[in-house]
Design a protein around this ligand. Structure first.
Ligand code: SAM
Length: 342
């Protein structure tokens, strides 16, 4: 499975073609087939039998660089059902969910199979990956993508077409080292995750929005079977490097998702009380609403370089940073003041 493929390119393999403008296309090699572009036709037969890292020309004379795709390239170019986990997040999951060769990994949902590929590669041949996908059409896309990337369905992969967590205490679903959830409502499955994980195992959830993040962390924290969760996001920014023009790229992927991890405690062990007191109002929906109203007030009234107008809906409590960088006190009009942040 996923042996470092070397030697001549063969039919059935995916390859990446890159034109002189840097535009890439993923094609699967087939004897006698052609790839059509507005720069002419490129015959697969000119690629088959050639080396990895070759340059071939289309009928119009345009040179294309040919490489076997990296997994990051493959997952971004492959056929998609639902949104895939981006390579930057997959790398974080593999690293911080500590997916090691030999790990027993459970994944839900499999979606388009992008994360399945990363997990299969990280758990390696001596590990196993069990992927749940409740939609048969998505499961089929995931199966085809995994098959295409690895050149066959890896024996270490079990794709279950069905609902994860349908029966929370399924004896066949126990003793996993890692459980990775990429789905809309992971907080609904915390019981099932606790059941599936071996003591010391790790749960990792990938969610897109702050409300999902909050519900997931609170569900793990409130469950009792997990140690204190950790939450973060990652941003990567490419750099343009050409002569003296060395600067960040103008465009970047601003947001993909948040990651949450938590370790499974041994059965019967009670997590120690948290030393750090939650921030004032952290537990109360009412005070959350109040601070939301106050935020809205400050955002509405703060214009760059001007002091807030109007009356805030509560007592002074918070310091806000204006878009110009100044620290602003949100307080009653008489006490209102602003301070330069330097
Ligand atoms: C965003 S997609 C996952 C994408 C996938 N991680 C990838 O990289 O290609 C979320 C998937 O979770 C599936 N899903 C949601 N809840 C599920 C459950 N309880 N059991 C199995 N699959 C579920 C959905 O059908 C959907 O395909």
């Amino acid at each position: 499975m996923d042996k470092p493929r070397q030697g001549p390119l063969i039919p059935g393999e995916p390859v990446r073609l890159t034109d002189p403008k840097g535009r890439s296309h993923l094609i699967t090699l087939r004897a006698g087939a052609s790839f059509h572009t507005h720069r002419g036709t490129l015959c697969h037969d000119d690629v088959i039998g050639g080396p990895d890292g070759n340059v071939v020309r289309s009928s119009g004379g345009t040179p294309y660089v040919v490489f076997r795709p990296l997994l990051a390239e493959f997952t971004l170019a492959m056929k998609r059902g639902p949104t895939v986990v981006y390579p930057k997040d997959a790398a974080q999951i593999v690293a911080f969910a500590d997916v090691f060769p030999g790990a027993r990994v459970l994944e839900a949902g499999a979606g388009s199979g992008a994360l399945s590929c990363w997990l299969l590669r990280a758990a390696a041949e001596q590990g196993t990956v069990t992927s749940f996908e409740r939609r048969p059409d998505f499961a089929e896309i995931a199966r085809r993508n995994v098959e295409q990337f690895f050149g066959g369905v890896p024996p270490s992969w079990r794709l279950v077409v069905g609902e994860f967590g349908g029966s929370a205490d399924d004896p066949g679903l126990a003793d996993f080292d890692r459980v990775i959830l990429d789905m809309l409502a992971p907080w609904d499955y915390v019981d099932a995750v606790a059941w599936a994980l071996a003591p010391g195992g790790l749960a990792c959830c990938y969610v897109a929005t702050t409300t999902q993040l909050s519900r997931t962390v609170e569900a793990l924290r409130g469950h009792g079977a997990f140690d204190e969760p950790a939450a973060w996001e990652s941003l990567t920014r490419g750099w343009h490097v050409e002569g003296l023009a060395v600067r960040p790229e103008h465009r970047m992927v601003g947001h993909t998702g948040f990651l949450v991890t938590a370790r499974r405690l041994a059965p019967g062990v009670v997590p120690p009380a948290r030393r750090r007191r939650p921030a004032k109002g952290a537990q109360e929906e009412r005070s959350l609403k109040r601070s939301l109203i106050r935020t809205t007030w400050v955002l509405r009234s703060l214009a760059c370089g001007s002091s807030p107008g109007g009356v805030p809906p509560g007592p002074a409590e918070c310091v806000w940073r204006c878009c110009c960088g100044r620290l602003m006190m949100a307080c009653a009009p008489k006490q209102r003041r602003s301070a330069s942040s330097g």
